[in-house]
Each structure stands twice: as C-alpha cells, then as structure tokens.
Design a protein around this ligand. Structure first.
Ligand SMILES: NC(=O)c1ccc[n+]([C@@H]2O[C@H](COP(=O)([O-])OP(=O)(O)OC[C@H]3O[C@@H](n4cnc5c(N)ncnc54)[C@H](OP(=O)(O)O)[C@@H]3O)[C@@H](O)[C@H]2O)c1
Length: 244
C-alpha cells in the first residue's frame, strides 16, 4: 500500500494502527491526524520519515482542504489508497430517562457527520489512486474507506438498550458505509464498516477482552483480504460478517 490516512491517531486504536503499519512496513506513507499530537506518535514520526502528522479536529471541515493539499504534496498524483475514519467519541451507558440532546449531537457530529464529510473531501484523492492502480483488484491496495463502527451500532444485535448517542451515531455511520459503497462502486473504491472488538483503550476500558495489538493486527489482516464483493459489508476485526 502506498498511502493510508488514519484519524484520531494520537492514542488508542488509531495509535495502535500507526505502530502496526510502521513496525511491519505496510505503507509507504502514513498520514496520521489528531487534535493534539501525543509524545508516542511524535516519537514514531522521528524514527519513521514516512509518517506525516497533521493536526485535525475531524469536526473542523474547513481544515480538510489543507489535509488534502498535504497528501497531494507528499504523494504527487498518486492519490490516497486507504482512508480509515477512526476518530470517535462515546458517552457512558445512557438510559432513555437520562439522555441529553448535547450528547446525541456530539456523538452524531464526530462519529457520523465527520466521517461522511471527510470522505467526501478525500474522494478525489481516492479516485486518483483507484485510477492509477487499475492493474490491481478493487482492494485497499487500490482505494478503500474503512469506517470504524461498533457492534453497538448493530440494530439486530441490540439486546441491552441504552447507549442512545453512541448506538445511533454508529448505526447511522453504518448506513453511510452502505451508501458510500454504492455511490463509489463506479470509481472502484471499496467501503466497509469495521467493529474492532471490545478493546482495552480509554474508550473500551480496562475490562475489555482484547489488547490493541490483537485488534489492530486482526483489522489489517481483514482489510488486506477485502475485495469488491466485500464492499458495503459490516465486519468484525477477525473478518466475521456482522448483522446491521
Ligand atoms: N475500544 C473499543 O472497545 C471500541 C469498540 C468498538 C468501536 N470502537 C471505535 O474505534 C474507534 C477508536 O476507538 P478507541 O477505542 O481508540 O477510542 P479512544 O481511545 O477513546 O480514542 C479516541 C480517538 O478519537 C479521537 N477523537 C475524538 N474526537 C475527535 C475529534 N473531534 N477530532 C479528532 N479526533 C477525535 C481522540 O482524540 P483526542 O485524544 O484528541 O481526544 C482519540 O485519538 C472509535 O471510532 C470507536 O468508536 C472502539
């Protein structure tokens, strides 16, 4: 893969993805975006000139054009192979009696609207990569978008209720994945939703069942195998298909 962009790359799964890609030499250029650079991310960038850090609050769509320019500056006319919409927020368990409008709006803004608008802004670069790599099958080596979703966004698997802001925002992100997969099919751009498992990060908490390394290596093993028939699917980190 020539290029990959990961949002929310300063900690948690996003940082884990940067570590994995640099350690295994999986991408020629990594664009890691974050609101605030962490020391860990900065240290990796010092050791790997292929890692480019860009400060981005994903809700600040005015900054997308600068991000796009940076990618073009580094990549020339090669475009962008893989966009991972990873940055996300959640609220703690939210009962119907306690849910607040602000929580619903914040989750929707970060988890749904930002991935849609960022993808929209980067489609020209994804198209460029898809066109330039016509010898390759539809895949992340050509052009792909991975939306980091959650099993909590599955309507079929909701047997606990609650979590209104998070569940609704991820279910809506899943709906966006499906539409993107249809709209971008003609451009040979693959789109999928990914559930990383329950992972030990600030969001997942310490009782989570998976460590970041296991989740991230599963995610990339799965992403590497994705082909055209997988576009529009909701997948778990280990490749299992999930119900919407
Ligand atoms: N961990 C799990 O068990 C789990 C399960 C299912 C799905 N997921 C999904 O996986 C993704 C990563 O989760 P995680 O566990 O790594 O969470 P995390 O440890 O809480 O990290 C969240 C990341 O998102 C970034 N972020 C939040 N709001 C942002 C904004 N407005 N602009 C830019 N960056 C923003 C954070 O940056 P700051 O440091 O600036 O806040 C941080 O880098 C999320 O989409 C999450 O919903 C996680």
């Amino acid at each position: 893969m020539k290029s990959v962009l990961i949002t929310g790359a300063n900690r948690g799964l996003g940082l884990g993805m940067v570590k994995y890609l640099t350690k295994h030499n999986k991408a020629e250029n990594i664009f890691a975006t974050c609101r605030t650079t962490s020391e860990e991310l900065q240290n990796i960038a010092q050791a790997h000139k292929t890692l480019h850090i860009f400060n981005l609050d994903v809700t600040n769509s005015e900054n997308y054009v600068n991000l796009s320019s940076l990618i073009s500056k580094v990549m020339g006319s090669q475009g962008l192979n893989l966009l991972i919409n990873n940055a996300g927020v959640t609220t703690k368990f939210t009962k119907l009696s306690l849910v607040k409008t602000e929580q619903l709006l914040e989750n929707l803004t970060v988890n749904t609207i930002a991935p849609i608008m960022l993808t929209k802004a980067l489609v020209p670069l994804l198209k460029q990569a898809a066109e330039l790599n016509q010898d390759k099958p539809v895949s992340a080596n050509r052009a792909a978008v991975i939306n980091m979703s959650s099993i909590l966004g599955s309507i079929a698997q909701n047997d606990q209720g609650g979590f209104y802001p998070y569940r609704c925002s991820k279910a809506a992100l899943n709906a966006a994945t499906k539409s993107m997969s249809i709209d971008l099919k003609k451009d040979q751009i693959l789109v999928a939703s990914m559930h990383p498992g329950w992972v030990k990060t600030d969001m997942g908490g310490k009782n989570a069942t998976l460590d970041v390394e296991t989740s991230v290596s599963g995610i990339f093993n799965t992403v590497e195998k994705l082909r055209e028939p997988d576009s529009g699917k909701f997948l778990q980190y280990d490749g299992t298909e999930l119900p919407w």
